[in-house]
Design a protein around this ligand. Structure first.
Ligand code: CDP
Length: 230
């Protein structure tokens, strides 16, 4: 149990694309009554705003200014930018790919840092992304690296997009996922990596409920270890 005056506890859930981070993180947050940060949505928003304002995805200075001034709101599943709903645009594969380009730029990452940290409020936060445990919340009480095989992740993304009524091709999705993995792992700033203090949860053969249960068990075990003995 956190003492009064302690910062709100953070559970950091990092991992590659389509590993189930969003679904699992939201379910963990709901079970604990914690707030939730989808940090990928912020990078996606920068990419969407850039296209709308004709800013090149390589123009680091202007992109950082865009990132610093994003007028966005999160309301449940809905995302608004400058007062307009941009939920579908943000969730598109085009935004995902643009996000992974702008996310490689150090000034953009810096511009989003404090905005991400502002999500940390009592009673706690579950944050999902690539660098939650390594950069944004290095003092997170629990750091999870959620992963699955590239083929399983491509299958999941395929099903998700088909359910949305989109015509997609599994081979292209697998290729996009592998390209995005390579970019996220290979970039010099905040690369996707398994931290020494992170617990790996491979969800290739796990249901969402099983993955959530593992994380909740680890969190409970940590809490009981930290509880003062009488
Ligand atoms: O849903 P999915 O895992 O495919 O993507 P996402 O979490 O929405 O993130 C989109 C892109 O933003 C990723 O490919 C990363 O390049 C980038 N990202 C990042 O660099 N750092 C974060 N904390 C979150 C996302």
């Amino acid at each position: 149990m956190a003492k009064s005056g302690d910062p709100a506890p953070v559970i950091a859930i990092d991992g590659p694309s389509a590993s189930g981070k969003g679904t699992v993180a939201q379910e963990v947050a709901r079970s604990l009554g914690f707030h939730y940060l989808d940090s990928g949505a912020l990078y996606r928003l920068v990419a969407v705003a850039a296209v709308r304002q004709n800013v090149a995805l390589a123009d680091e200075k202007r992109l950082a200014a865009l990132a610093g001034g994003l007028a966005c709101e999160f309301c449940g599943d809905q995302i608004r930018l400058d007062g307009q709903s941009v939920t579908d645009a943000v969730r598109s594969e085009q935004a995902a790919s643009g996000a992974s380009e702008v996310a490689a730029l150090p000034q953009v990452r810096r511009a989003l840092l404090e905005r991400q940290r502002a999500f940390r409020r009592v009673p706690g936060l579950v944050a999902d992304g690539r660098d939650m445990g390594s950069v944004v919340f290095p003092d997170a009480v629990l750091k999870i690296f959620l992963t699955a095989s590239p083929e399983e992740r491509a299958n999941r993304r395929y099903k998700q997009l088909m359910e949305k009524g989109l015509r997609v091709n599994l081979i292209n999705i697998l290729r996009d996922i592998e390209q995005r993995d390579a970019r996220d792992i290979g970039r010099p700033v905040a690369p996707l990596q398994v931290g020494a203090d992170a617990m790996v949860v491979d969800t290739t053969n796990l249901t969402v409920a099983e993955a959530v249960a593992r994380i909740l068990e680890s969190y409970a075990a940590r809490q009981s270890r930290q509880a003062p003995s009488r």
